[in-house]
Every structure is written in structure tokens, then in C-alpha cells.
Design a protein around this ligand. Structure first.
Ligand code: GLN
Length: 453
């Protein structure tokens, strides 16, 4: 894999940092342990992985795709990083991402965009475009992403790979640099549903160092993936969300989705249409809640504690802070900090942030009602196949529209997966099928996903 990275990543730009020596030494420890008769640390021991550059690592930099953290090395490992190490999974390096996980194309990275291996003039999705492109170009067999509004699932969809956003609270956020804390969730990415399930079980689990961590056993996702692989979905009730099937989506995406639904029916699933009317307001609510949390979380980058510092020697502390943030943050991050600060300000709080929280509750109720009659919900993962680099960079609203189908799951704290759903008939580019399930029912995603793939 290191050879493959050396050969192709000059063009793809999936990695911000490659840690060849550390990866080889981790691989050697696995070989040595097995050579001396010990059982491997996990089913994935020795299988290398690409880690999104938003999880802290003591032996390589963590930049979050931002200039403000250029070269910064964390004094501690994220819980997820520790779990990878303990499972004997060598980390090949850290992958490119939209700055602080804000974006849908990886073009908001301060280190240049990642290119989609299917067509290098196109975006690999975002914010986790680096992880998805590393998988799709065979630079890594496994990867880690984070999903705050779709950043695992949409990149998976547009690169024809698999990605899961686990139930909120089931993968520790300790050492995951925060974007929007009530939405952020780390998750597994792979090229097959079973690979993804094996990684899911490695990274999930209760962590007392994360106050929102769920104290419950890890869901049996590997068993569910194996069960699903038999291809039998008899007795599984699947709901097609009416509001996530629109004429405004790309025709090839809708055609691929309709074919996927037909295939699920053939596999024995009972498919019905369900209505979740408040999903239509998810985008508006998300783009108030997320910036509000961002404006608060990113206040920690004050030029004193981490990374970059702009100071000509004659500046006051306030001026150093302002100059550093002006130089260190990119355009999209600044836009969201301003929107969030406005939405949280006294006088506007109730009208904007307060209303968005009410919509969030209504979306959770739509889900609850739907899950009274079905086991999983399905939709396209994204309304579009990968677009041309540069096409939407000057139109944030057009960029936000690509998150339409993924946002409701994050707002409700539930789980969802994207699996490849063939190539679009209109442009020959990858399309993803999104499978959604209630909180703490992640195994349903894997059963249906493995049967479908
Ligand atoms: N594209 C969404 C955004 O820009 C999702 C980001 C994410 O999941 N980290 O906010």
C-alpha cells in the first residue's frame, strides 16, 4: 500500500501525511506476535488503514485540513486511534478533508483538493474525500471518517465505496477535533460491507472520557453482515422516504435508486412508502445548529493554545488572536463562525437557534413514527453524482444541497450507511444507496447492506 500511495497519490492527494515507518513497524509487531505463537490482536491485525486527519495521533501531525493547525502534533491519542493500535491495525497516514469537516467536496482543505479516482477532474465528496478516495484508488483497504451531516456517506456514494455513520455516542469523540459536538460521529469506511463491519466493531464501545458516550454493548454488526450476505431479506420491512425522492434530483440517481428498491423487493423485503414531512426542513435546521456549535467550538483556536500564531511583536493579545484567525481559517469556516455567532446572539437566539432545535425534535418524531411500521428506511445517499472540481465552490447553497438526504440521520442521532448502487445512466458515475436505521440498531444496516451489495 505504501508503494501504491507513492505511485498514485501525487495525482489523487488523498493523504496529507504518510507515516510509512510507523505503519511498517506496527505491521512488523503483528508479524512478530504471530511468529511467536500469539493469537492476532483482532481479525484486522496487520490490515492497514487511512485515518481522517481530524483524530489526534501522537506520532504524526493532526491538521483538520486547516492552516491554523499546520504541523501541530497532539500530546495524546484519540480513543479511536488507541483502539486501532490495540487491534494491530497499521495507520498508513492521515487523510485530506474539508477544513474542520465543513464541506461536501474536500475543496475547503487548506492543502489542495482531493481528486475522485473515478474521474480526476471531479470531487471525491466531503468532508471525508481523502478517506474515500484512498479506498477507491486502492491506497488503503480500510479508512476512518467522521460524519456530522454526511461526511462519511456522501464521499462513499460518489466513490462507490461503503461508509457507515454509527449511532451517535457509540464511537468515542475523545480526541476527535470537534466540529459540531451534538452531531459529530466517527465511523468505518471500506470497500465491502463485511470489511466495514469488522472495522465498526473495532472502533465502537463505551468511553468514560466522552461524556456523550453510550454505555451499552457494541452492536453485533459482523454477524449481521454475514447473515445479510446470504441475500435473504424475507421479513425485513423497508420504507422508501417520499420526501427524499424528488424530481429535482439527478435523473440517473433516481433511476439507480428505483432499481435498488426493485432489487430489495426481489431479495424478499417488504417495501412500502413512508412520509417524513419534516425532513424537508432538515437542511435549514442543520445549517443553523451546526454553525452555532462551530462558532463555540472553534473559539479554542485563539493563537495561544494550539498551532499558528501571527504576531509582529507590537500587537495586543486581541490583535494577535484576530490576525491569527484571519490568516489561519479559510472562507467557509469564517462564514459558518459568523452565521453561528449571529444565530446565537441575544435577540436572535429564539428565532433562529431555538426554532432549529424545535425542527430537530420534529424530525426525530418523523423517524419514530416511520419506524413503527418499518425496520429500515432507504433513499439515495446524495441527489448528485460527483460534480466537476470548482463547479460549486462559489455557491455555498448549491454545495449544501448535496447533504439533503444525509442530514436527518445526524439531527436524530440515528445510524445510516451508504453502499454502492451502480453507475448513473446519465453520466456513468457512482451512485450510493442510503440505508437508515434507528439508534442502537446499527446491525440492520449491515444485514440489508450486505444482502444488497
Ligand atoms: N457537508 C456537510 C457540511 O458541510 C457535512 C459535514 C460533515 O459531515 N462533517 O457541514
Amino acid at each position: 500500500h505504501l508503494d501504491r500511495i507513492a505511485a498514485v497519490d501525487g495525482e489523487i492527494n488523498a493523504f496529507l501525511h504518510v507515516a510509512g515507518e510507523q505503519a511498517l513497524s506496527a505491521a512488523k509487531s503483528v508479524d512478530d506476535a504471530i511468529g511467536s505463537g500469539q493469537a492476532p490482536a483482532s481479525a484486522l491485525a496487520g490490515v492497514p488503514l487511512a485515518l481522517k486527519d481530524v483524530f489526534t495521533t501522537t506520532d504524526m501531525p493532526t491538521t483538520c485540513g486547516s492552516k491554523i493547525l499546520d504541523g501541530w502534533v497532539s500530546p495524546y491519542d484519540a480513543t479511536l486511534t488507541t483502539k486501532l493500535r490495540e487491534a494491530g491495525i497499521p495507520v498508513l497516514g492521515k487523510t485530506n478533508m474539508d477544513e474542520f469537516a465543513m464541506g461536501s467536496s474536500t475543496e475547503n482543505s487548506a492543502y489542495g483538493p482531493t481528486r475522485n479516482p473515478w474521474d480526476t477532474t471531479r470531487i471525491p465528496g466531503g468532508s471525508g474525500g481523502g478517506s474515500a478516495a484512498a479506498l477507491a484508488s486502492n491506497q488503503a483497504p480500510l479508512a476512518i471518517g467522521t460524519d456530522t451531516g454526511g461526511s462519511i456517506r456522501q464521499p462513499a456514494a460518489v466513490t462507490a465505496t461503503v461508509g457507515t455513520k454509527p449511532t451517535y455516542g457509540t464511537v468515542s469523540r475523545f480526541g476527535l477535533v470537534a466540529c459540531a459536538s451534538s452531531l459529530d460521529q466517527g465511523g468505518p469506511c471500506g470497500r465491502s460491507v463485511l470489511d466495514t463491519a469488522l472495522l465498526h466493531e473495532v472502533i465502537a464501545g463505551h468511553d468514560p472520557r466522552d461524556s456523550t458516550s453510550v454505555n451499552a454493548p457494541v452492536r453485533p454488526v459482523v454477524e449481521a453482515a454475514r447473515h445479510g450476505a446470504s441475500g435473504d431479506l424475507k421479513g425485513v420491512r423497508v420504507g422508501v422516504v417520499k420526501e427524499l425522492h424528488s424530481e429535482s434530483y439527478q435523473p440517473g440517481v433516481i433511476a439507480s435508486f428505483d432499481a435498488a428498491v426493485a432489487q430489495l423487493t426481489e431479495l424478499g423485503a417488504e417495501v412500502v412508502e413512508v412520509s417524513c414531512p419534516n425532513f424537508l426542513h432538515a437542511l435549514a435546521a442543520y445549517y443553523l445548529i451546526l454553525p452555532s456549535e462551530v462558532s463555540s467550538n472553534l473559539a479554542r483556536f485563539d493563537a495561544m493554545r494550539y498551532g499558528m500564531r501571527v504576531d509582529d511583536g507590537n500587537m495586543s493579545a486581541d490583535q494577535v488572536m484576530a490576525a491569527t484567525r484571519a490568516a489561519g481559517f479559510g472562507k467557509e469556516v469564517k462564514r459558518r463562525i459568523m452565521i453561528g455567532t449571529y444565530a446565537l446572539s441575544s435577540g436572535y437566539y429564539d428565532a433562529y437557534y431555538g426554532s432549529a432545535l424545535k425542527v430537530r425534535t420534529l424530525i426525530a418524531r418523523d423517524f419514530d413514527k416511520a419506524y413503527e411500521s418499518v425496520d429500515v428506511l432507504v433513499s439515495p445517499t446524495s441527489p448528485f453524482t460527483p460534480w466537476k472540481l470548482g463547479e460549486k465552490v462559489n455557491d455555498p447553497l448549491a454545495m449544501y444541497l448535496s447533504d439533503l438526504c444525509t442530514l436527518p440521520t445526524n439531527l436524530a442521532g440515528h445510524c445510516a450507511m451508504s453502499v454502492p448502487s451502480g453507475l448513473s445512466a446519465d453520466d456513468g458515475l457512482p451512485v450510493g444507496l442510503q440505508i437508515m436505521a434507528p439508534a442502537m440498531a446499527d446491525e440492520r444496516l449491515y444485514r440489508v447492506g450486505a444482502a444488497y451489495e
